[in-house]
Design a protein around this ligand. Structure first.
Ligand code: PLP
Length: 367
């Protein structure tokens, strides 16, 4: 039996006709740039995320760059974040000319540890980028408390956590700006690249809307330099027909996770991810902490079970950040986990017999 890490075919099958028809409308209207589907989707996202402004852009990476620019972060400013995330989080900080500064994570939630975050603050710190990794919101109440104490801005990189909640509120709407990605493998994925900024702040929203069109206002007049970064109308057409299914899909992922918790908890070589009592995760990934990770990965691959390592090298040890002068040992939890994490199939359409097969092959390996 083959079990992919993600089966987009199963996800698209029931909605493909609706998407085709929506795309037809774009083909005949020729409104490719910021067409009516973009506005429609932005409004639907405002409703879904219970937020005042949703501003579409070209990718999740661009969304972070736009957020940093809207908050006016630049040279010499330090932006705190986690080294245990997808590259884009820190890459965006570097791109605007600011300096990424890292703090280590909690060993079971994979998210920033608020205590370590606080000790990394200096006089130059201007902002924090919190990442809601694998779909679980970080401890936002404590992080916002710290941000208020030191007068720091908060960006939530919520690329992996669309629709997740912390203390009943939608992740990505708790800080100053939240960012989303519609990369195909995210829980709300497009048929290409796409991203979005969320904010309740009218001024920041106006800045973000200017920044995605080269910073112009009015047309052809530029007070500052922005990006060319819009959510493509065709991608908005796709997303419009996926959003109504998102809650159901997330619920299904949580059910799949419950089953893994039940069936894998007794294996002593495996630690299951811990969910904070205030967090409602959407499980973009289901990530185990395991002994003999590389051998298990090999065993699962040989048995045609999709699995992946997110992420094999923490960002403070990436070659491109050598100038930041971090050393091995600076963030031990991130470093140890990068050698032990393994994400296994959790997608919504995963069948029970497929999941049983994954469980069986994992048990087989440790016996
Ligand atoms: C996917 C992802 C991004 C970047 O999104 P793109 O749409 O691929 O640019 C940023 N941060 C995190 C944590 C991500 O997982």
């Amino acid at each position: 039996m083959k079990v992919p890490l993600l089966d987009l075919n199963a996800q698209y099958e029931p909605i493909l006709e609706d998407i085709r028809q929506e795309m037809e409308k774009v083909f005949t209207s020729h409104k490719y740039i910021l067409g009516p589907q973009v506005k429609d989707f932005e409004e639907k996202m405002q409703e879904y995320c219970e937020v005042k402004h949703a501003i579409g852009c070209a990718s999740g990476t661009d969304a972070i760059v736009l957020a940093l620019k809207a908050l006016n972060l630049k040279n010499e400013d330090e932006v705190l974040t986690t080294p245990f995330t997808f590259f884009a989080t820190a890459g965006a900080i570097h791109r605007v000319g600011a300096k990424p500064v890292f703090a280590d994570i909690d060993e079971r939630t994979f998210n920033l540890d608020p205590e370590k975050l606080e000790t990394a603050i200096t006089k130059k710190t201007k902002a924090i980028i919190v990442v809601h990794l694998f779909g679980q919101p970080a401890e936002m109440d404590r992080i916002i408390e710290i941000a208020e104490k030191y007068d720091l801005k908060v960006i939530e990189d919520n690329a992996q956590g669309v629709g997740a909640k912390y203390d009943g509120k939608i992740a990505g709407t708790l800080g100053d700006i939240g960012t989303l990605s519609f990369f195909p493998s995210k829980n709300l994925g497009a048929m290409g690249d796409g991203g979005m900024c969320l904010t309740n702040n009218d001024k920041l929203a106006a800045s973000l809307r200017q920044l995605r069109v080269h910073g112009e206002n009015p047309k052809y007049f530029h007070k500052w330099v922005g990006l060319n970064s819009r959510l493509d109308t065709l991608q908005a057409a796709v997303l419009l027909h996926k959003l109504p299914h998102l809650e159901k899909w997330s619920e299904q992922r949580r059910k799949n996770a419950d089953y893994y918790y039940k069936k894998l908890q007794d294996i002593k070589e495996i630690k299951l991810p811990k969910i904070h009592p205030k967090a409602t995760t959407i499980y973009n990934q289901f990530t185990l902490i395991v002994e003999k990770r590389d051998e298990l990965l090999q065993h699962l691959k040989e048995n045609e079970i999709g699995c992946a390592v997110y992420y094999p090298r923490p960002l403070h040890l990436q070659e491109c950040f050598a100038h930041l002068n971090y050393q091995k040992g600076d963030f031990p939890i991130s470093e140890i986990l990068s050698g032990k994490v393994l994400s296994i199939p959790i997608f919504s359409e995963l069948k029970r017999e497929q999941q049983d097969h994954v469980i069986k092959k994992i048990r087989e390996f440790y016996q």
